[in-house]
Ligand binder design. Structure first.
Ligand code: TYM
Length: 325
């Protein structure tokens, strides 16, 4: 299967991004043709500091490499290095109904969150995302739950284009992990773990031991003492069980049994240790990569060189179908 996915370079990559998306990418690259990229153009739609962007892109690249993206197996690059993303976005804008864009949950959330900066980019954001996917004719898009609506719109756009101009694009499918597609915030388990909720809500992939301990021990849990998975009635402990299960690769049922009468504090201590141990190799690898910035930049350039001819070929085909020479 042809796989593609991306992530925005907006500060720390957290364990929600890892469990919802990157962990799948690392597995998928073993047996599939994979393309992964840093969505820097998408990140321009919310307030940011231009002088920090280049650093954030390198940080995001390092995070991927540290988490196991192998540039020998996957094509890995920065979105804005391939101009065809923006060209295809414009062409697809002409087949995408505005009503669909106005209905997008993330658009509605972001216009509430950034009232003073409701730019047109926020609205057409999902069209750029569709362009990212369709430019490489990707079939599977491994993402967390919050991105499903955008992938469905990419399907709609592909279908509308194919109907009007003749078949160019396959209709992509979202690939969700069986569990962990929506990791919740540690300090508010009714909301999705997210950078925008502030550092208390998430654990970064490179968090140090002291912070991990502080954040897990103070994570919001529910009343009662029994360690039981029930996301509706016990969202806090269920979220922690999900995280435990994914990092330990043990089924939730087994964890419920193991921690049955042990109480929340004991369970949280155990989870703290598990996270410290699981994230240690990522921290080590990041440290090594931070001292090899030239290598990281070169890796991204090589990735862009591999992506370029695929992008050019699709643009050529799309332009021809639309009557542009
Ligand atoms: P972004 O940068 O917000 O998130 C990157 C990936 O992490 C997943 N994710 C989560 N999964 C589980 N639990 C969470 N709490 C959690 N938070 C984030 C997201 O679902 C996503 O898979 N628009 C995209 C980037 C993008 C893209 C694309 C993705 C641009 N072009 C083309 C796929 C295909 C975004 O903002 O992801």
């Amino acid at each position: 299967m042809k796989i593609l996915s991306g992530i925005q370079p907006t500060g720390s990559i957290h364990i929600g991004n890892y469990l919802g998306a990157i962990k799948q990418w690392v597995e998928l690259q073993e047996k599939n043709e994979c393309i992964f990229f840093i969505a820097d153009l998408h990140s321009l739609t919310i307030p940011y500091k231009p002088e920090e962007l280049a650093k954030n892109i390198i940080e995001a690249a390092i995070a991927h490499l540290a988490a196991g993206i192998d540039p020998q197996k996957s094509i890995f690059f920065v979105q804005s290095d391939i101009k065809e993303h923006t060209e295809l976005c414009w062409l697809l804008n002409t087949v995408c109904p505005v009503g669909e864009l106005q209905r997008m949950t993330q658009y509605k959330e972001k216009t509430k969150q950034f009232k003073k900066n409701i730019n047109a980019g926020l609205l057409v954001y999902p069209v750029l995302q569709a362009a990212d996917i369709l430019l490489y004719k990707a079939e599977g898009v491994p993402v967390g739950k919050d991105q499903v609506q955008h992938i469905e719109l990419a399907r709609t756009i592909a279908r509308k284009f194919n109907q009007r101009f003749g078949k160019v694009f396959p209709e992509p499918k979202a690939l969700l992990p069986k569990i962990g597609a929506k990791i919740m915030a540690l300090d508010n388990p009714k909301q999705k773990m997210s950078k925008s909720l502030g550092p208390q809500s998430y654990i970064s992939l490179f968090e140090d031991s002291k912070e991990i301990k502080k954040k897990i021990m103070s994570a919001v849990t529910d009343t009662g003492k029994v360690i039981k998975y029930n996301p509706n009635r016990k969202p806090g402990i269920s979220n922690l069980l999900t995280i435990y299960s994914l990092f330990s690769e043990k089924p939730i049922k087994e964890l419920e049994k193991k921690f049955k009468d042990k109480g929340y504090a004991y369970f949280k201590k155990s989870l703290t240790q598990l996270l410290i141990d699981s994230l240690e190799p990522f921290r080590k690898k990041r440290k090594e990569l931070l001292s090899r910035e030239v290598f990281v930049k070169e890796t991204l350039k090589v990735g862009a060189k591999r992506a370029q001819p695929i992008a050019e070929s699709t643009i050529h085909e799309t332009r021809a179908k639309m009557g542009l020479a």
